[in-house]
Design a protein around this ligand. Structure first.
Ligand code: AMP
Ligand code: MG
Length: 342
């Protein structure tokens, strides 16, 4: 990151998100109004995300999604002041496609480019949309699962998954169970619907190690229980959710007890889940903390979160030179300075 020039100023930041399966474009004003948040998602014909196919999808829809966002915001490209993009973490081919679009736009429009950390962006959009100031955050999505809180200039990781992400665990199980993507319904939501009809707890692993957790053994055991054929799908979905969500809730509660913060924030795609929300609401209440959940539109990967975090970074003098704009596949949240928090 280089310092922005003194005279860099403007009112609108366009943010591009492309770290995995979603290609999103958002536009934010410098005061935090989200003027547009458009996206198009790659849905694999079968199996999980194929990085090159996702990148191909992003390249194909980029022009359309950009136009939709600009038209929703009522802006012409020349009115944009800053271009932000998701610089990592994520899948290389997907990230590179968004970064290429962002570089091209910033160069053509001669405006500053700001590389944004995807995980920081999930936290910042959650804070913006809920009014939380200094929360313990559970960020749970298809690619990430971590409990963070701000301390001494950065979001520190208090606990995280040691293997697969929570959303990934639900998605892989759903595919093993033969559930299909229905239009507008993520696989995790399909598991949630079935889990709501479950009654019997199937014994499955519960693995919290220190402040970290492991989900791959749980996934294998849930899949095996289903394949054996003596458990109902609804019961396995219910048990999978109960175990996985209790694990992330336990880690969040310990971080809350340690930091004594007064807010809990749930963000990322899995934040849509009502059962997870209710578990976190209980621990927040027990610690006299306010529970916040990011609104659905901003839960899953989106361009608005990149645009808003781009504004925060830019306003604090951070811009990314073209020769420093390479993507960072494993860019951890605790490696990023967040000077906008005092
Ligand atoms: P993201 O990686 O932030 O784009 O979020 C996508 C992840 O959120 C996928 O793993 C989805 O299955 C998951 N997800 C979306 N809705 C729900 C839900 N209602 N319950 C659980 N997981 C969900
Ligand atoms: Mg996604």
């Amino acid at each position: 990151m280089r310092k922005a020039k003194k005279d860099d100023s403007g009112n609108y930041c366009l943010g591009i998100e492309s770290s995995a399966d979603d290609f999103g474009v958002g536009i934010a004003t410098f005061s935090g109004e989200i003027l547009a948040n458009k996206s198009d998602s790659y849905i694999p014909a079968e199996g999980g995300i194929h990085p090159r196919e996702a990148a191909r999808h992003h390249a194909e829809v980029a022009d359309k999604v950009l136009s939709e966002a600009l038209s929703k915001a009522g802006l012409k490209p020349r009115e944009l002041s800053v271009i932000a993009f998701s610089q990592g973490p994520g899948l290389g081919p997907s990230l590179r496609t968004g970064a290429t679009v962002a570089r091209a736009l910033a160069s053509y429009l001669e405006v500053p480019l700001v590389g944004v950390n995807h995980s920081v962006a999930h936290i910042e959009i959650g804070k913006l949309k809920t009014g939380a100031h200094d929360p313990v955050t559970l960020y749970a999505s298809g690619g990430n699962t971590m409990v963070t809180a701000f301390e001494s200039g950065r979001y520190r990781v208090f606990g995280e998954t040691l293997d697969i992400a929570l959303g990934n665990c639900l998605d892989v199980f759903a595919r093993e169970a033969g559930l299909k993507h229905k239009k507008g319904l993520p696989l995790g939501a399909a598991v949630e619907q079935l889990a709501a009809k479950g009654e019997k707890l199937v014994t499955l692993p519960y693995v919290v190690k220190g402040m970290d957790l492991s989900l791959s053994g749980l996934l294998t055991a849930a899949t095996t229980a289903l394949q054996k054929g003596d458990c109902k799908l609804e019961d396995v979905c219910y048990s999978l959710q109960e175990n996985a969500f209790s694990m992330v809730t336990e880690v969040t509660e310990r971080a809350l007890a340690h930091t004594e913060k007064k807010e809990v924030l749930l963000t990322g795609g899995v934040a849509a889940n009502k059962r997870l929300q209710s578990m976190l609401a209980i621990i927040a209440e027990e610690h006299d903390a306010r529970f916040n959940v990011v609104p659905l539109e901003f839960a899953t990967d989106n361009g608005a979160m990149i645009a808003w975090t781009g504004v925060l970074a830019f306003q604090h003098g951070l811009v990314t030179a073209l020769d420093e704009s390479f993507v960072k596949l494993r860019w951890r949240v605790d490696k990023v300075d967040v000077p906008w928090i005092s």
